[in-house]
Design a protein around this ligand. Structure first.
Ligand code: ADP
Length: 614
C-alpha cells in the first residue's frame, strides 16, 4: 500500500549537530509528512529535488512546539521539535498556524509510539537545555508531554469573582518576547496570538496561549489584535478636537506630554505632543505639535510617523516613539487622557522596581564609570552590582521613568537591571553581578590565550543580546567592548543599553566633543546624531574588531578628527591578525556607509552561527 501524504510545505531546518564538531546552520527544506515517514528534500530552481533526510514515523518519540526566549536566527520564526532515535530535529515554520498544523498532524500519526513522558519545551543550546539547565543532551525532559496536544496545562490563576466579567476580551498579539519573572507569568513569543483573559490590572494582563496555559504578562508587551481598537490605551482620546487637545496638553505642560486622537479626516489618527523646544520658524514656545499617523500604500497595514520606520499596528508605533524621538520634536513621554490627565505611574508594579534601602547591603568597590562608583552589593540573597549615580551626572526624572522599561527588557545575553533605589542619595541602580568584569579588560588580561571558539562565541553572545534589543526596537547607542560584561562562565552580556540618553555631561553627548565615542560610531551618528539599530550594527563591527585584537583600542594613536577624515575617505579598520577572512568580511558588512546596506543583528547572528564549530 502506498503511503498517503498528510502535509507538505517549505520550512527551515536546523542542522541536527549529531557530531559535536558539525557546524550549526539553517537550511530551507521541502518537508513531506505521509503515513510512514517525515521526509525533507532540497529544492532549487532548475535542479532535481534532492532527498536530504527521512525519519520513519515509528521512531518519533515526541513532536511539540519549542517555546523559546532566544531570537530565532532564521527568517521563519515558529520553531517545533521532532525527537527521534537520539536526535532532536528543530524545524521552523513561517507562522503559528502552519506550526500548529504540523505538530498536530505529527502527534496524531505518532500517538501510539513508544513516546517520552516528559519533554524539553525550550532549545538545547550551548551545551545545555535552556528550560531546565541540564547539560546532558539526552537527559529526561522537564515538562509533561501530552500526545493529544494539550501539554503542560497550567492551573488558572485565581481571579476574584467580581472580575470575572472581564473574561473573553478577545485576542492579543505579543509585541515582543517575554521571559517569565514569576511563577504566575506566561512566556510570550513575539507576533504570536494569545487569548485575553483578564485586563483589569493596570500593568499585568492574564492571557492564554494556544496550549491552554494561562498566566500574567506585562500589559505593555501585548496589543489587542484589532488595530483600530485603540480605546484601551491611555493615550487615545477618541472624541477630542485639535483645539481641545492643545488646551489639555498646554495645561499639562510637561515636555513630551502626548495623546493620539482621531483626525478630522475619517480613519486617520493624529499624535499631538507638547514641547518647550525652540522652533526654527519663530513658532510660539511652548507649543503643541501635531503629527498625522501615515500609512504606506502597499495595501497591507504599515503605519509610520515622522520618519519611515514602519509598524504593523498603531500601538507598536507609539511604543517605539515612547523610546525614540526618531524625527519627532521630542520623545512621547507622558500619555494624557481626557478623563485622567497625565497617567500616574503608580500601583503595585512600583514595588517591583523600587528597591528598599534597608534591603540593600553595600560592599567593596568594583570600579568606576561615567555615572560614578560601582560597588558590589547583596539584595534579597543575591549578589548585585550597584551603580551609585552622582547627582550632577544623570537626568534623574527621565531615568526613573525609563528604568521601568529597561527592567522589562529581559534576555539571557543582556545584563539585567533588577531595580532602582531612589529613596537614598545618591540614587543607585542594581544590576546582575558579572564576575569577570568588563569585556575590554577581560580580553586584555587574557591576551595570547583566547581561542578562536571563545572569540567567536563572544561575538555570538553580543549579537544575540543585540538581536533581542533590535527586535524590541530598543537602540543601544554606545555598544563597545567596555560596555559588555563577562560572567564567571565566560559568557558575554550586553550592558548599559540606552544609558547615554541620561548622561548630562556635554563632553560625552555631543559628537564634536572629546568623550563622544567617535571611534565606535557610524558616520550618520557622527554627522547627524541619527541613531538606529543599524548604527548599533556599525558599533558591533568595531566590537568584533576589539575582540579579535584581544582588547586593543581601535585607531589607537589617532585623534577623533583623523578618524573621521579616514572614514570619509572610505578607509576602515584593518583586518585583525586573529580574524579569518570570513570573520573580517562580517566586520566590513557592519561598516557599510549606508545604514540599509548593513545586515541586521538577526542576520549577523545567523552568519556567526554558521561559522561556529560548537
Ligand atoms: P558606567 O556605566 O557608569 O560608565 P561601567 O559600566 O563602565 O560604569 O562600570 C565601571 C566598572 O564597574 C566596570 O568596568 C566593571 O569593572 C564594574 N562593573 C560594572 N557593572 C558591573 C556588573 N554588573 N557586575 C560586575 N562588575 C561591574
Amino acid at each position: 500500500m502506498f503511503p498517503r501524504v498528510i502535509l507538505k510545505g517549505t520550512m527551515i531546518k536546523k542542522s541536527q549537530q549529531k557530531k559535536r564538531t558539525s557546524p550549526c546552520n539553517y537550511k530551507e527544506r521541502f518537508f513531506v509528512l505521509d503515513t510512514q515517514d517525515l521526509k525533507y528534500s532540497e529544492r532549487r530552481p532548475g535542479k532535481k529535488p534532492m532527498m536530504k533526510g527521512c525519519i520513519e514515523l515509528s521512531r518519533i518519540k515526541c513532536a511539540e512546539i519549542v517555546c523559546s526566549d532566544v531570537p530565532i536566527p532564521c527568517s521563519y520564526k515558529y520553531p517545533f521539535q521532532v525527537f527521534h532515535d537520539s536526535h532532536y530535529l528543530y524545524i521552523f515554520a513561517p507562522d503559528n498556524d502552519c506550526r500548529q498544523r504540523w505538530v498536530r498532524a505529527l502527534k496524531e500519526e505518532t500517538k501510539h509510539n513508544n513516546l517520552v513522558s516528559k519533554y524539553h519545551p525550550n532549545f538545547w543550546m550551548d551545551g545545555k537545555w535552556r528550560c531546565c539547565q541540564q547539560t546532558e543532551k539526552l537527559a529526561a525532559g522537564c515538562h509533561v508531554y501530552d500526545p493529544e496536544g494539550y501539554a503542560s496545562k497550567k492551573p488558572l490563576p485565581k481571579i476574584p469573582d467580581a472580575e470575572m466579567n472581564d473574561f473573553g476580551k478577545g485576542t492579543v498579539i505579543a509585541l515582543q518576547d517575554y521571559t517569565p519573572q514569576g511563577d504566575d507569568d506566561l512566556p510570550l513569543q513575539k507576533d504570536q496570538e494569545y487569548i485575553l483573559i483578564k485586563n483589569s490590572h493596570p500593568d499585568w494582563w492574564a492571557v492564554q496561549d494556544y496550549l491552554g496555559n494561562i498566566g500574567f504578562v506585562p500589559r505593555t508587551y501585548v496589543v489587542e489584535k484589532s488595530v483600530n481598537n485603540l480605546n484601551r490605551f491611555e493615550w487615545y482620546n477618541k472624541n477630542i478636537t485639535r483645539g481641545e487637545a492643545e488646551n489639555l496638553l498646554m495645561q499639562e505642560g510637561k515636555e513630551g506630554a502626548f495623546m493620539v486622537r482621531d483626525s478630522r479626516q475619517a480613519g486617520v489618527y493624529t499624535v499631538s505632543v507638547f514641547t518647550k523646544a525652540p522652533g526654527s520658524n519663530g513658532e510660539k514656545n511652548p507649543r503643541v505639535k501635531h503629527y498625522q499617523i501615515r500609512q504606506t500604500e502597499t495595501g497591507e497595514s504599515a503605519f509610520y510617523l515622522a520618519e519611515k520606520y514602519l509598524f504593523s499596528t498603531i500601538p507598536e508605533l507609539i511604543l517605539y516613539h515612547q523610546h525614540n524621538a526618531a524625527g519627532l520634536i521630542t520623545r512621547l513621554r507622558h500619555p494624557v487622557s481626557l478623563d485622567g490627565g497625565c497617567s500616574q505611574e503608580t500601583g503595585p508594579s512600583d514595588d517591583q522596581w523600587e528597591v528598599e534601602p534597608e534591603e540593600l547591603i553595600l560592599g567593596q568597590e568594583l570600579g568606576s564609570g561615567q555615572f560614578g562608583l560601582v560597588l558590589e552589593g547583596r539584595w534579597r540573597g543575591r549578589k548585585v552590582a550597584v551603580k551609585m549615580i552622582r547627582e550632577e551626572c544623570m537626568s534623574d526624572e527621565e531615568f526613573k521613568e525609563e528604568a521601568r522599561v529597561m527592567m522589562r527588557l529581559s534576555h539571557c545575553k543582556l545584563v539585567q537591571l533588577y531595580g532602582v533605589c531612589t529613596q537614598r542619595s545618591p540614587m543607585c541602580l542594581l544590576f546582575e553581578f558579572m564576575e569577570n568584569g568588563c569585556l575590554s579588560d577581560y580580553l586584555r588580561s587574557r591576551k595570547g590565550h583566547l581561542s578562536q571558539d571563545l572569540m567567536l562565541g563572544m561575538c555570538m553572545d553580543v549579537s544575540e543580546g543585540m538581536a533581542y534589543l533590535e527586535s524590541s526596537n530598543f537602540i543601544h547607542r554606545d555598544l563597545a567592548a567596555r560596555n559588555c560584561l563577562v560572567t564567571k562562565n565566560n559568557e558575554v552580556k550586553v550592558s548599559d543599553f540606552g544609558m547615554t540618553r541620561f548622561v548630562l555631561d556635554d563632553q560625552y553627548t555631543s559628537s564634536q566633543c572629546s568623550k563622544f565615542p567617535v571611534k565606535w560610531s557610524a558616520p550618520e551618528v557622527i554627522k547627524y546624531c541619527k541613531f538606529s539599530s543599524k548604527s548599533d550594527v556599525w558599533s558591533f563591527g568595531v566590537l568584533m574588531w576589539e575582540v579579535y585584537n584581544e582588547g586593543r583600542l581601535p585607531y589607537e594613536n589617532r585623534s577623533n578628527t583623523e578618524v573621521v577624515e579616514s572614514l570619509n575617505a572610505g578607509l576602515r579598520l584593518l583586518k585583525p591578525r586573529l580574524a579569518s577572512g570570513t570573520v573580517y568580511l562580517l566586520m566590513e558588512l557592519c561598516w557599510k556607509e549606508k545604514p540599509d546596506d548593513r545586515p541586521s543583528f538577526a542576520q549577523l547572528l545567523d552568519e556567526l552561527a554558521s561559522l561556529s564549530n560548537l
